[in-house]
Write a protein that binds this ligand. Structure first.
Ligand code: HEM
Length: 245
């Protein structure tokens, strides 16, 4: 008769919920467009214009994603208790609480948390780091590939031949560019592209794990993990492990 003492706890404030769903939609769109770019040949997309258009669309979703993430980073310092980075990134006592949490799962008496449980904190920390890596490498690729802001104007200025107006440089067109500098640029941007794509694959894996474990915990615990991202409130039937922390 455990469910008699269900209590409601405020957890996710409105900015967190808005961030989560904007992030969800923009990341899914970025993955979808990213995969089309990766498999464009198999999909019969061969024209340079179509390739550039795909990149531009990916970059537009990228800007929404980066602005939303930047706001979340700031909110992690000024937002409500469970939005704060100190309640997310592993810190003092984390190993102990993780051991205690895993033991409670193994013993069949899983601890409940208002915020993220320790394994959730670890997963979210990795996801946030991946999102930041994708933001930085994506903005660099946007600048070095198609000369989009915030770095694009510096790139076209760098590769323009002497006397050529940098604004006249067009992506995937060597007119008015300095061949040696274009070669340097290619060498510079390659590692960022590699990190971008491997981070995207790792992120896909973590998104899968994130959804799998959230659904599993919801089924096993009969809690309110998923609805809390809409309502901001969790319903728990045990004393939360992070109530007084
Ligand atoms: C969750 C975030 C993101 C994911 C999952 C993601 C995923 C991908 C994938 C799978 C590719 C294909 C790689 C390739 O064709 O080599 C790609 C390419 C690209 N991404 Fe992203 N991306 C993200 C964020 C961003 C952001 C924030 C920007 C910039 C605002 C950006 C700009 C680019 C550019 C310019 C390319 C083309 C690079 C190239 O053709 O080599 N991405 N992205």
């Amino acid at each position: 008769m455990e469910n008699i003492n269900i209590k409601e706890y405020k957890v996710w404030d409105a900015p967190i919920r808005v961030f989560h769903w904007v992030n969800f939609i923009s990341v899914i769109s970025l993955i979808f467009l990213g995969l089309i770019m990766l498999y464009k040949k198999d999909l019969g997309i061969t024209s340079v214009d179509a390739k550039i258009a795909l990149k531009e669309l990916h970059i537009i979703f990228g800007y929404i994603f980066v602005l939303n993430l930047t706001w979340r980073v700031i909110w992690g310092f000024i937002g409500s208790k469970y939005a704060r980075w100190r309640y997310i990134f592993p810190g003092k006592g984390f190993v102990k609480s993780t051991r205690r949490y895993i033991k409670s799962v193994v013993d069949g008496d899983t601890q409940q948390y208002i915020g993220h449980n320790p394994l959730g904190r670890l997963a979210i920390s990795i996801i946030i780091l991946l999102l930041l890596t994708l933001s930085v490498t994506g903005l660099i690729r946007a600048g070095t590939d198609v000369y989009y802001p915030p770095f694009g104007s510096y790139v076209s200025e760098y590769i323009a031949s002497p006397g050529v107006n940098p604004d006249s440089i067009i992506p995937y067109n060597s007119t008015g560019t300095d061949a040696t500098k274009v070669k340097n640029l290619k060498a510079f941007k390659r590692p960022f592209g590699k990190v971008h794509i491997y981070s995207a694959y790792t992120l896909m894996l973590f998104i899968f794990l994130h959804i799998f474990f959230v659904v599993l915990t919801e089924i096993r615990e009969g809690g309110s993990l998923i609805s809390a991202m809409f309502t901001g409130k969790k319903l728990l039937n045990k004393k939360p492990a992070d109530l007084d922390s």
